[in-house]
Design a protein around this ligand. Sequence first.
Ligand SMILES: Nc1ncnc2c1ncn2[C@@H]1O[C@H](COP(=O)(O)OP(=O)(O)O)[C@@H](O)[C@H]1O
Ligand SMILES: Nc1ccn([C@@H]2O[C@H](COP(=O)(O)O)[C@@H](O)[C@H]2O)c(=O)n1
Length: 202
Amino acid sequence: MLIIGIAGGTGCGKTTVVNQIIKELDHDEVTVISQDSYYKDTSELSYEERTKINFDHPKSIDFDLLTLHLQTLRQGKPIEQPVYSFALHNRTGETVTTHPKKVIIIEGILILTNPELRKLFDIKIFVHTDSDERLIRRLKRDIAERGRDLDEVLNRYQSTLKPMHQQFIEPTKEFADIIIPNNKYNNVAVDIVKTIINERLV
Ligand SMILES: Nc1ncnc2c1ncn2[C@@H]1O[C@H](COP(=O)(O)OP(=O)(O)O)[C@@H](O)[C@H]1O
Ligand SMILES: Nc1ccn([C@@H]2O[C@H](COP(=O)(O)O)[C@@H](O)[C@H]2O)c(=O)n1
């Protein structure tokens, strides 16, 4: 089994890079896990209270469960991956049965901040995109796909996204084996990662 961790600031293009990597892979051989599925359950809070959570701080992530799930997959056993809703700012209560595969990709802004989780990655990748480009992408995406408006994204950017990126996310670049520059689509870097995966699959 090959476990690949892909980190990088919000909007840097992690999900896009992952989709490019897995496009030609057999679905029986690869599975993708998003850190977003492991935001802590906050059902005890009201919706209003949940909107105020700092979702860019490592404390917002249930790293114990994510680490346990990766260890379980490594042992060849399936897991029940929580389903997260950006509309509710919470887990839905549902789970998806996720089976171990030859290649497991975990993507998320904070996945390289946790030492125990880092130990489980065979390859650590950091996708780098300049902050202005990331903000533009995040604005467009969150308005189009996550039901947010301009004020919500900009307020969150100023209050938490930017400071948390500088404090927690950017420093994890030093743990990366590969840094992918992604201000523009980077097909060369994606091809290199695909080659590494294909070598492991034969
Ligand atoms: N290299 C790129 N150039 C331009 N737009 C991109 C690029 N990579 C991703 N995007 C777009 O930016 C937005 C955020 O990308 P996404 O992959 O969701 O980022 P992340 O998962 O890191 O938050 C998406 O709308 C995506 O289509
Ligand atoms: N309820 C939530 C939970 C998280 N976020 C934001 O998502 C970002 C991480 O996801 P990416 O796909 O952008 O890597 C993170 O920056 C959180 O602020 C949210 O807006 N609402």
